[in-house]
Ligand binder design. Structure first.
Ligand code: FEO
Length: 400
């Protein structure tokens, strides 16, 4: 039985959710699952906007068939060619052999790279700003390269003023019946996953997101339909505001995130003392993460949220404790910067982690490192209380 929702009259959500997937892109934990959104417009011509991951192919094709109710499918618009959205193109082509596939030059390059089905006579190649009339509805194509792949475009439906925004504005998390962001407690229950999705999937491409936000500012938008998660018909400025901050790498909150790695608990103990003293100094917004037991995607997400970061790690094989090294590597790969950082290092002999962490931070944009840091020789000693206090003061002042 098909399971769809009407987003607005004659525009139907025909996607679905996967709650079995453990790792999105085989990288990112999705304990709340993930949804793949697709939309079907019924007009003089019918148009399907994107397809879905292979995991929900059966539900998706049932949904499309159910909404079409015997009509033929005229167009399949491909906004994004990552397989979590394009995996069901061939199914659609086989079921609706007269369908025309709408995409840009790179879309068709990628279809040919991923698949072997015959595109001859099936393609409608569009360029930036081109329009495709369906009857009452008209689709307008807005290119969004590198948000999150080079072929990405968004589709703007002029009658209802809907932006089908590809990955942008999406989130991890399966839908639980509710389709609209205003039907759920988004800020409380979804924002963390939306930030984790943005920061890890699209976070590297802040400049390109800024370019798209400028294009979007020229459109009158009443609804945003991302490829993952709830869709937006209210409070669009709130959502756009988050994307503006994230894509400029501006922290959302004056907050401290303490990331620590610890082999036997000594570095952890120092990190705990630092957090406790920060609280006593009046700092309220503090989060602590064990880098060994927290997936790096959650750490990256917290870096997008927090203004001040503490990196506390032992020296390991003359280098940085591996889980911390992995976090710093990810930060660099995603182009992170514009934060204040403090360093707490440990080493029982030949302590080097502090110097090496500072080197990594120096390679990121606009990182301010608070000095002095705190250096442990195996464990924090009572005589180091003044050094700890100095670090607490420096971190607390950075928040003012
Ligand atoms: Fe949801 Fe870039 O794919």
């Amino acid at each position: 039985m098909f399971n769809t929702r009407e987003a607005v009259k004659n525009i139907h959500w025909v996607g679905g959710s996967d709650r079995r997937l453990a790792l999105f892109e085989n990288l990112f934990p999705v304990p709340r699952g993930v949804s793949y959104n697709s939309f079907l417009i019924l007009d003089e011509k019918t148009a399907l906007i994107d397809t879905v991951d292979s995991s929900i192919r059966q539900q998706f094709t049932d949904n499309v068939k159910g909404v079409l109710a015997g009509r033929k499918l005229d167009y399949l618009v491909i906004n994004h060619m990552e397989p979590d959205h394009c995996a069901s193109i061939e199914d659609i082509v086989l079921r609706y052999p007269e369908v025309k596939i709408v995409g840009n030059a790179k879309t068709f390059q990628f279809i040919r790279q991923f698949y072997d089905f015959d595109l001859e006579g099936r393609t409608v190649e569009v360029k930036e700003g081109d329009t495709l009339p369906l009857g009452e509805h008209t689709l307008q194509f807005v290119f969004a390269p590198m948000v999150h792949w080079p072929e990405v475009m968004m589709t703007y439906e002029q009658k209802e003023k809907i932006l089908f925004s590809a990955d942008a504005f999406g989130t991890f998390g399966a839908l639980n019946g509710n389709l609209f962001a205003d039907e759920v407690r988004y800020e409380r229950e979804w924002l963390d996953d939306a930030r984790r999705y943005y920061s890890n999937i699209v976070g590297k491409y802040g400049a390109q997101v800024q370019a798209v936000l400028k294009k979007a500012a020229g459109l009158e938008i009443s609804m945003i339909c991302p490829l993952h998660g709830p869709i937006w018909r209210r409070d669009l400025d709130w959502l756009l505001g988050k994307y503006d901050l994230w894509s400029r790498y501006v922290p959302e909150e004056k907050a401290v995130a303490i990331f620590y790695g610890s082999m036997y608990g000594n570095t952890e103990n120092a990190a705990e003392l630092l957090a406790s003293r920060l609280s006593q100094a009046g700092v309220q917004n503090v989060a602590m993460y064990d880098v060994s037991s927290t997936h790096v995607s959650y750490l990256i997400s917290e870096i997008f949220r927090c203004s001040t970061l503490v990196f506390a790690a032992p020296t390991y094989n003359m280098g940085i404790y591996p889980a911390m090294h992995n976090l710093l590597h990810d930060m660099k790969a995603l182009g992170l910067g514009c934060r204040t950082a403090a360093v707490l290092e440990n080493g029982s002999w030949a302590c080097a982690s502090g110097k090496l962490i500072r080197q990594q931070l120096a390679e990121m944009k606009n990182m301010t490192v608070l000095e002095p840091g705190l250096k442990l020789a195996s464990s924090l000693k009572d005589c180091q209380a003044p050094e700890l206090d100095a670090m607490v003061q420096a971190v607390a002042q950075s928040l003012q």
